[in-house]
Design a protein around this ligand. Structure first.
Ligand code: ADP
Ligand code: MG
Length: 733
């Protein structure tokens, strides 16, 4: 790999990667002290300065004379500070007052912010609404930007306003950026002209110079778009390169037989696959047949029928002469998948007859059988137990591991226990990882390497949490996507109604009606016990309430603070139908499947997140009786209101996940430092989704056409130089 320095002057300009190697204090006006302050804010190189963009712009042609400014509208005025004072008012608050004149008139400004500090004679721009107060002009808490005359004299109509950075004032930042821009342009454009043409993007030198020194406001947007495209491109390219290096350039295990086990299993199903299941299965089988290993994410909501698809993929690997592994984040989930598959194999007549051999059973127990009669042997590996479907009772871990290495076990289910160092497979053909966002990237790679046989196993990740497309592209852009976006038929939709938090009577009547029909009910509360700080219903109080108002209804309480044996006791009695009404917290969110439960009441529903509400609602309407969800709340915020509204209008998890992203914004959604997505400074995956799409398309094509060519290499230099350590996992080693 060539070093970034060598990229200087490929076509007369310097590259951003090169500029990222020049410390910011090489710029005139930045000394050791400023450098320390900037570094603390993550601005340490010349490239970082170039990418420190103005917070906003003041268009001087849009500045109003005070005398002519319209009242009561958002306007910007400019002038000189003629007086400034600060005083303490009641309850420790400080009132700051200033008068600003522009020659046509003057305005009195007040702020209740002790940190506002202005100097008489200073030139400022004020943005906000002007009103009249006792016959003179006044602005309450306007935004204030300091201008300096020098600058006003040299710039055009549009004045960039920079953020202060770590104690460096906006002027100082502006001066540093100006000097950096002056020293750096022209900047070499590493993106081919054809790409820029196709997506109507300006070149890099224009984007950097116009974002900082626009001739007019119209210059700003194209410049921003190019910078945002570049941000997305770096992330998409890094993801694609990783996918190429770890998967697409590797030789995969040959999973190519689609035959008897597959047909026997599919023939045993009491239902036909949905269109979505068939499509997704075809995508998976094509990947499995391909030379290169599969690296795919399967998305589908709970109940959409992922299990059938996954079992068919696992069986395909088994009949190709390999083994499958299925990894889940918790013991409970691993056990559920194991049990579900065990039962499905029994139904399909494909389960082994259980021989009562103890640990140390002989391997000759399983002579080669023809596929037409061959049973499928599965095992469960968790921290606490190892069990199989071909000997009764649990076996020792050592025994289980032996059966994995010699190929006796066809499919292994388990938790992290499956990727421990002592685990080896005879020939792992496919690894399925459930709820992959809880597994790190490293685990994917470990799974990939767990193979004694030839080739890299196929990898299928699956999740029941709908992820908006743009978010998936940014977080999991290295994966191919399959989406089951259709529910199996025969499921009656759940009706959702919003009611007031005070509608206890209505709620009780609905509960009574459902119970009278023999159905069961959940009432979910955001709190376990009442809280002084949070105004919301609690499970304990709600339980007391319903036990007194609904005397003939069998109620129980379930929440996370109960002992686990109490919890499982309540759960199993609810499953058995011995409890009519369960008053609970979100402990019921995952893995409760009670087809007889038809009514879900969610109290103070605006306190829950949208995806959580959707998950909760998914607990009802799982049987033939239909479902009803009552959201009781009196939302106190616009966001709370939007969430409730969205729930009433849509039952589509993907649609809701998009709305959730809109409400919450990408910052909170990305969370942690899971990927380069955290490095988005300007780009917004919702607002700028066209640019994200463009960057994705460009990266896919580039890595496919010429994975080691100049374009890919140049972008990867930038990734290494600009995104640095935090995203080392993204970059080529
Ligand atoms: P998921 O794993 O996505 O949560 P499952 O595979 O467990 O969903 O399927 C949920 C339920 O739907 C199961 O009872 C399953 O038997 C049933 N099912 C799956 N596919 C179909 C289908 N095509 N038609 C009817 N029922 C189906
Ligand atoms: Mg393959």
């Amino acid at each position: 790999m060539t070093s970034p320095q060598q990229s200087e002057n490929r076509s007369g300009g310097r590259t951003l990667a090169y500029l990222a190697g020049i410390p910011a204090d090489k710029v005139k006006g930045i000394g050791a002290v400023s450098m320390r302050k900037l570094s603390a804010q993550g601005v340490s190189s010349v490239a970082d300065l170039l990418l420190t963009v103005p917070r906003r712009y003041l268009d001087r042609s849009q500045l109003f004379d005070l005398q002519a400014a319209p009242l009561g509208e958002d306007v910007t005025v400019g002038g000189v500070v003629t007086s400034f004072s600060k005083r303490r008012i009641s309850r420790g608050r400080t009132m700051v007052e200033a008068r600003v004149s522009d020659g046509t008139s003057s305005v009195r400004c007040v702020w209740f912010n002790p940190y506002i500090k202005l100097v008489e004679g200073e030139e400022v721009a004020l943005s906000g609404s002007i009103e009249t107060f006792k016959g003179s002009l006044q602005m309450k808490s306007p935004d204030v930007d300091r201008l300096d005359r020098e600058r006003l004299a040299v710039t055009g109509r549009v004045l960039p306003v920079y953020p202060g950075l770590g104690g460096l004032g906006p002027f100082k930042v502006r001066e540093a950026v100006d000097n950096a821009v002056g020293r750096s342009i022209p900047i070499e454009d590493i993106v081919p002209a054809a790409v820029l043409d196709r997506f109507a993007l300006v070149d890099r030198t224009s984007s950097i110079s116009r974002i900082h020194l626009p001739d007019s406001l119209e210059d700003v947007e194209p410049a921003r778009r190019r910078l945002i495209f570049d941000e997305f491109l770096r992330i998409q390219m890094a993801l694609k390169v990783r996918a190429h290096d770890e998967f697409e350039s590797q030789i995969g295990v040959q999973n190519s037989v689609k035959g008897e086990l597959f047909d026997r299993f599919i023939g045993s199903l009491s239902h036909r696959l949905t269109g979505a299941q068939s499509r997704v299965l075809e995508e998976i089988l094509q990947d499995m047949e391909a030379q290169t290993p599969m690296h795919r994410l399967l998305q589908g909501e709970v109940g959409s029928g992922k299990t059938v698809v996954v079992v068919l993929a696992l069986l395909t690997s088994v009949e190709s002469g390999h083994q499958g592994a299925f990894m889940a984040p918790t013991e409970v989930l691993a056990f559920q998948h194991y049990l579900g598959t065990e039962l499905a194999l029994v139904d399909a007549g494909m389960a082994p007859t259980v021989e009562n051999v103890g640990a140390g059973g002989t391997t000759s127990l399983f002579a080669e059988e023809p596929l037409s009669t061959r049973p499928v042997r599965i095992g469960l590996f968790t921290g606490s137990r190892v069990t199989t479907n071909f000997v009764s009772g649990d076996v020792s871990r050592t025994q289980g591991l032996d059966w994995l290495v010699d190929g006796t076990i066809d499919i292994a289910f388990g938790t992290q226990a499956l990727i421990q160092e002592d685990v080896d497979f005879h020939s792992l053909g496919i690894a399925v990882v459930d709820e992959q966002h809880r597994f790190g990237v490293e685990q994917r790679v470990v799974m990939r390497d767990k193979n004694q046989g030839e080739g890299v196993p196929d990898l299928l990740l699956m999740t029941a949490t709908p992820i908006p497309r743009t978010l998936a592209m940014t977080l999991y852009g290295d994966l191919k996507m399959s989406v089951i976006d259709e529910m199996p038929p025969g499921r009656s939709a759940t009706t959702t109604l919003a009611i007031s938090e005070t509608a206890d009577g209505e709620i009780d009547a609905s509960i009574q009606k459902a119970v009278a029909e023999g159905r069961q009910v959940f009432v979910v509360c955001p709190l376990v016990e009442d809280s002084e700080k949070i105004d919301a219903r609690s499970a304990v109080t709600e339980f007391d309430r319903v036990t007194s108002t609904l005397r003939d209804v069998r109620c129980e309480l379930l929440h996370g603070q109960m002992r686990s044996d109490e919890k499982s006791d309540v759960m199993s009695r609810f499953r058995a139908g011995d409890i009519d009404l369960l008053v609970c917290t979100t402990v019921i969110e995952v893995g409760i499947d009670v087809p007889n439960a038809t009514l879900m009441v969610i109290r103070t529903a605006d306190r829950f997140g949208l995806s959580q509400l959707h998950q909760l609602r998914g607990r009802v309407g799982r049987g033939p009786f239909g479902g009803m969800c009552l959201l009781s709340s009196d939302p106190t915020t616009p966001d709370g209101e939007r969430r409730i509204e969205a729930m009433v209008q849509s039952t589509d998890g993907f649609e809701l996940s998009e709305i959730d992203l809109e409400i919450r914004g990408q910052g909170t959604v990305f969370g942690g430092s899971q990927s380069g997505a955290a490095d988005l400074r300007l780009g917004d995956i919702l607002r700028d989704r066209d640019l994200l799409d463009a960057a994705h398309t460009v990266a896919v094509a580039a890595v496919q056409d010429d994975p080691y060519g100049a374009f890919v290499t140049d972008v990867m230099h930038e990734v290494a130089a600009l995104l640095g350590e935090s995203t080392q996992w993204l970059t080529r080693s």
